[in-house]
Structure formats: structure tokens, C-alpha cells
Design a protein around this ligand. Sequence first.
Ligand code: GH3
Ligand code: MG
Ligand code: MG
Ligand code: MG
Length: 316
Amino acid sequence: YILTGNNNSLDSIVDVTNRFFNNPNIGILAVDNSKESRRHLKKLLKLHRYTIYEASTGGEALEILNDNFDKIQMVITDYMVDDIDGLQLTEIIRERYPMDRLAIIGISDRGNHTLKIQFIKNGANDFLSKPFISELLYCRITQNLKVIEYFKQIKELAVIDQLTKLNNRHFLKETGSYLFENARRHDLSLVTAMIDIDDFKYINDTYGHDAGDIVLKEVSLELKSSVRKSDLVIRFGGEEFLIIGNNLDPNRAKEFFEHILKKISERKIYIGKQRITVTVSIGVCTKMKDSLEEIIVSADKKLYIAKSKGKERVCL
Ligand code: GH3
Ligand code: MG
Ligand code: MG
Ligand code: MG
């Protein structure tokens, strides 16, 4: 089926330093009803040290994906699969796994265009007609793995605030609801704090915008180092931060945030040679509500009270 031929003349096409080659961390699921075809594909994939999973039926393929999704980046499926055909399988996989996390390459020896089009329409990223030379297979594989990697990088960039490197509100949308549902299901309490830098406009106006940026970074570092890994620290707005703690004892929340407040005011923040003192006000909500939004609104109200009482304090 697949022509490997003598590809020596094509070797130069492949960039062997490319990390999408010779990488056992990349898992590829090969689906084909023919044992012979699978064996051949496996042989080619093994040459590049990919970790290979194989299935002869759609059911098997879905089960393997389900159990190993974190390890599989790509499915290469023939049109000929035992229970359902490759097109149906592609459609089902695509319903479950998005294109930015799993690539699908369809293969068939029926050279008609309708099949190629249908594979792509059903969610495949790419298509190969048999027979193909191994070099083309490798190029298609690395190309599609690269696209997934770019997707991943873009997604990561989109949820990180580039100034402070803290997660931003987009991240909160996804992770926040998970934290909230988890807390509700297990009857846990979330401790949520809204933190706002005091008189930040004054810092900007007096020392300049770059100095303001330094302060934002310093406060972010202090906040991040004050909580556990499983707690969320979000840059919520310009000089506002949100902490959602799922490991904090509500009875000790005041003490905990007063400690953070003290550490920020004691932090040695320098603008050039001049040390400046930065203070924050913190509003805390320790009660569960019907939604995370309501919890945040409540913390924000407490923050407002902390500000109106003279700033640099924690209000619950
Ligand atoms: P309060 O004590 O009541 O919180 O007063 P404040 O001055 O801290 O608050 P205000 O809302 O009046 O001003 C916040 C300022 O933060 C205004 C805005 O220009 C500035 N800011 C927002 N984002 C950034 C940023 O990324 N960098 C810098 N340097 N400044 C920012
Ligand atoms: Mg303000
Ligand atoms: Mg402020
Ligand atoms: Mg503010």
C-alpha cells in the first residue's frame, strides 16, 4: 500500500532538529482495519520514535483516545475501519476533541476527491492518498503537530497578563467556574479577595507610568508567593487583583490577608534609587453564594468599604 521507496534524495526536506521528529512524547493513534497497513504505518512512525497506539475499529480507537488523551496528539485513520468508516470516526472524534488539541489525518486508497473533501468537512486536518511516499507522511505529521503547538501557545498567551505574568480574566472564566463547582460539590468554602492598590494614580502621576508598571509587577510577585499553587491569583483590572483560595480556612482569612497587606507595605520597591511604599486595600468574601460572580461582587463591596474607611485595611 504505502510506498516507502528510496527517499534518500528527499532527506533534505526534513529538518531533523525539529522537535516534532524523533520525539517519543508525541503519541499517534493509527486506525486501520488492515493489519498489514497498520504494521506498515507503525514501521514508518517508529522510525521517528513516535509513541504508537493502534486500533482496527472505531470503538477501540475511541476507547484508546479516552484513556490516553493526554498522551495522544494525532490520529491517522484509514477510510477502512472495521465497525464504522473513517469518516464517521473522524466526525465522532471531532465532536469530543477540539482541533487545537488533536490532529486527524485521513487516509484512503480511493483516489476520489469526494472522500478527501468529506474527511476535511468531518473535521480532519489533512488527508493523504495511498500510495504515498514516507517523506510526505512525515511532512504532513510535523506540519499538523506544529499547528497544534501554535494553538496551544496562543491559548496560553491569551490567558496570561503580559505585564505581571499573572493569569487574566479570560483564565478566570474557565478555571473559576471549575473551582466554584468543585467547592460546591464537596461543600468546601472558597475564600475570595479583591485587592486594590491604594492611590495608584498618585504613583503613576508622581513617578511615571513605567514606575507604576514596576509596582504592579512587585505586588503581583508578592501575591503569587503568598498563596498556594492551587489558589488563583488573577490580574482582574488595572491595579486590581483577585485571589480565590480553595485551601484557606475562612476563620483565618482576615489574619491571612492582613499578613499579605503587611508584606506588601514592607516590600522594598525601588524606582531607580528611591524606595517607595505601596499599600493595598482588601475586600474578602468567605461565604459561598449562588455563583462566582456573586462572590466577586461581594468581595468588591467589602473592598469599597475598606477604601471608604481610610484604605490600607482588610474588610470581610
Ligand atoms: P484608590 O486608592 O481609590 O484605589 O485610587 P487609585 O488611584 O488607586 O485608583 P484609580 O482608579 O483612580 O486609578 C487607577 C489607575 O491605574 C488609573 C490607571 O491609569 C492606572 N493603570 C491601570 N492599568 C495600568 C497599567 O497597566 N500600568 C500603569 N502604570 N498604570 C495603570
Ligand atoms: Mg479606584
Ligand atoms: Mg486603586
Ligand atoms: Mg481600582
